[in-house]
Ligand binder design. Sequence first.
Ligand code: NAD
Length: 368
Amino acid sequence: MIKVKKRKFLLLPGDGIGPEVVGEVKKIIHWFNKNKSLDFEIDEGLAGGVSYDKHGTPITDEVFYKALECEAVILGAVGGPKWDHVEFSKKPERALLKLRKELKLFANLRPAICFKQLVDASTLKPEIVSGLDIMIVRELTGGIYFGEPRGIKPIDNGERKGINTHTYTTSEIQRVSRVAFDLAKKRKNKVTSCEKSNVMEAGLLWREEVQQLHDKEYKDVELNHMLADNCAMQLLRNPKQFDVIVTDNLFGDMLSDQASMLTGSLGLLPSASLGAKNKDGKVRAMYEPIHGSAPDIAGKGIANPIATILSFAMALRYSLDLDKEADNIENAVQDVLNDGLRTKDIAEKDKKEVSTKEMGDAVISKLK
Ligand code: NAD
């Protein structure tokens, strides 16, 4: 059995702007060790295109085992046009899929928070998004992206048929719903479960299993069911009606992207992927910004590190139960935004823009 080393983070900076934004997290980890006498350990590894360039594979076994041994993985981003020609099984993104699959990361948590200082960056009216704070919990390892049978096959009339299978079991639905209910208890105590129970049997099963779990274990949490297409509409019409949304892999993919855009900038939003408990009772987890490797701005020192810094705050909250330290980071980010500091992606007209490093330093200067 692999023993998880206490408080050890594996940093996988990855490609493009990944190393720049993860570099700022490293500074924050050092700050906590120095100023709060915490004993965080850092390990680092290659993942994505950089690993392919050096080792011919997007993630080596050595790095993968490090991921199994640490408390949490903090990933920057992987991919970029440089590796477009690489064969499918060696593409940088395969590193992510392998980590998600092997660490059994079945619950993807994506907050959509609209910082009041940045309401104008949203395409929606300020009164619709100001103060928005939603958590979308997406099932990540089941459903139509993984179901069998799948494939493309020739059929009798000379045409071809594409097949994917949408499938869920009771335990798959209930374990991700449990994450949603537990989260809701720490927030506004409300869960909205989304599926298409009107046209899909797997959707009907989803609705029934979520309801059953609720009635058995979470009666004190408010539960609503909503069809996924209606949820897409409601997210634009009145997003503040939601607290926690739980949904399957396919609908979660779309609804979480839609929700993140309500807030205006990719550079601000973190995410967490949580897995099953190992024998030590520890939940395996990976934390990463929702944005990609942004090859168009890589190496320029202008990427916004806030999404990655907030991903680290999520790691402290969900993997180490260090709520106070997570609050410390989140409050520091708010303070920096209140002071008007902006990287290029969230810059306001005629206001000074700060670099990635300056933004990281500013957050550190506000830590208490
Ligand atoms: P992207 O998120 O990398 O970039 C989209 C736009 O947002 C770009 O204009 C970029 O400059 C900007 N942007 C993104 N993050 C930013 C930040 N922190 N600060 C300032 N601006 C930022 O998406 P893309 O361009 O579609 O993808 C680029 C590469 O990243 C592709 O190879 C894709 O496969 C990969 N990707 C990886 C992940 C991941 O590692 N989890 C996720 C999405 C995309």
